[in-house]
Ligand binder design. Structure first.
Ligand code: PA5
Length: 453
């Protein structure tokens, strides 16, 4: 509602604008169906075609649970953000600080992610490598950050434990054939899982990229996939107004056309904070494109911003309410929080405090969410709200899938390729060149000829 002019005023979207792009919507719908049928969107079938993969993961996780006290993901971008998002959403916020028993016997969970040297060194000071399982995750098998971490850890493990034992501490998730990691896994005898060829990094959370780390911390991965399958049904709905994935894409697209170059995602739940992080990569990397499908310069995209309710009410909401009309805000709400806490009825004699007594924190956070929505509505700022009944594996599967469909649909409307990332590859290639990787001599020459700072 609050995206529409009828609610938010003249800066909102008019019903007629949706009608005016009916042909574009139809083309986008057809393209989605065709791509799915032709193998151009293999991520859409992940909820259905992984029974054996799930069994393998569960069997491996049951073994690893007994062998290890810590599980470390070595990955970045699409190979890291999803595992972090699910861990934060579905496990105890202080998961690693709980006793093993309270963790259900599952190992502690870490994601190495960056190549800031401090981070890895401090990680080594925290874990016992002899009791740790390292999950090297890379679709391309060539990403410098991930592979450099792998090289450091492999050498360290072999030095400490010997080659044979070290091999049990490494599990790979990568393409079945392509890239450096696959042959390394095979030669070294590492256990490995496959990222299906047609599924790109940021769309891979429902492959072993996300399923293995989730299973290793006791998350119900069957429920996750069941939630995704349920959302797939919603996103097949032919009536556009009832198709949540398509409508998300349409509203965002129309907002972009109006110059709303920013999309703020603001969950009102700590558990969903990193879901906004995961979404940011998906939205930014998929839609931020210089060229459209016809090779014309379009400079498409919408900058995703992560915010947290209510925390960021006290930092960013001032800007959202009174600043420029350059953004749309997406609230993520929760109907029923998994825990509750009631504010004691004290300070009744101080009316400006006493009114809180007897209320619960879920009432407070939900009321503040509603109040922020209302403030933005009054200020004429486009916003929409997605509410999950509860944060659980099923609803997280739904959300992941919804955002993927919305992103793909927005990509179709923008007529860009949502599944490549030439801008990211450019940076990767420049790094290879500067490190003297063979085959990147021309890039190196170009780099060396750049104006001096
Ligand atoms: O979405 C993408 O393709 C990227 O963000 C990748 O996930 C990221 O660059 C890591 O790549 P890889 O999994 O090949 O190591």
């Amino acid at each position: 509602n609050n995206m529409m002019e009828a609610f938010v005023g003249e800066k909102g979207i008019q019903e007629e604008e949706i009608a005016a792009i009916a042909a574009e919507i139809e083309d986008a719908e057809k393209a989605m169906v065709a791509k799915r049928a032709n193998g151009g969107m293999d991520w859409r079938d992940l909820p259905y075609n992984q029974d054996q993969v799930v069994e393998d993961i569960l069997e491996y996780a049951a073994w690893a649970k007994e062998e290890f006290d810590a599980f470390v993901v070595l990955g970045i971008g699409g190979s890291a953000l999803g595992p972090i998002a699910l861990q934060q959403a579905l496990n105890h916020p202080y998961y690693n600080e709980l006793s093993k028993e309270k963790r259900g016997g599952w190992p502690k969970f870490y994601v190495a992610d960056n190549v800031d040297p401090e981070r890895l060194v401090y990680l080594f000071q925290t874990i016992d490598p002899a009791r740790t399982l390292f999950n090297v995750t890379s679709k391309s098998g060539g990403t410098s950050e991930t592979m450099s971490q792998f090289m450091i850890i492999k050498s360290m493990l072999e030095e400490q434990l010997g080659k044979e034992e070290a091999a049990k501490h490494i599990v790979c998730t990568t393409d079945a054939e392509k890239g450096n990691l696959r042959p390394i896994c095979d030669q070294e005898g590492y256990k490995s899982f496959v990222i299906p060829a047609g599924v790109g990094g940021r769309f891979s959370e429902l492959t072993p990229v996300g399923l293995l780390p989730a299973a290793m911390t006791g998350i119900d991965i069957k429920e996750l996939l069941a939630g995704a399958a349920f959302m797939d049904e919603q996103c097949k709905e032919e009536d556009t107004y009832r198709n949540i994935g398509h409508m998300y894409g349409i509203l965002s697209y129309l907002a972009m056309k109006q110059g709303k170059n920013i999309q703020v995602m603001m969950p009102y739940a700590d558990s969903l904070k990193y879901m906004a992080d995961w979404f940011a990569q998906l939205w930014a990397e998929s839609l931020g494109k210089k060229y459209n499908n016809d090779g014309q310069e379009v400079f498409a995209g919408q900058t995703p911003v992560k915010a947290l309710g209510v925390t960021d009410q006290h930092s960013q909401v001032q800007l959202y309410a009174e600043g420029p009309f350059d953004k749309m805000i997406v609230f993520l709400g929760v109907d029923q929080y998994r825990e509750e806490i009631v504010i004691p009825k004290i300070y009744g004699e101080i009316p400006s405090l006493g009114f809180l007594g007897g209320a619960s924190h879920s009432q407070l956070i939900q009321t503040e969410q509603m109040a922020t929505e209302y403030a933005l509505l009054k200020a004429g700022k486009m916003n929409m709200t997605l509410t999950v009944p509860q944060v659980n594996a099923f609803t997280m599967g739904e959300l992941l899938y919804l955002f993927e469909v919305a992103t793909a649909f927005a990509g179709e409307l923008l007529q860009i390729n949502a599944f490549d990332q030439p801008g990211v590859e450019g940076g990767k290639n420049a790094t290879y060149a500067m490190f003297g990787r063979p085959g990147y001599e021309d890039v190196k020459k170009e780099l060396d000829s750049r104006p001096e700072a």
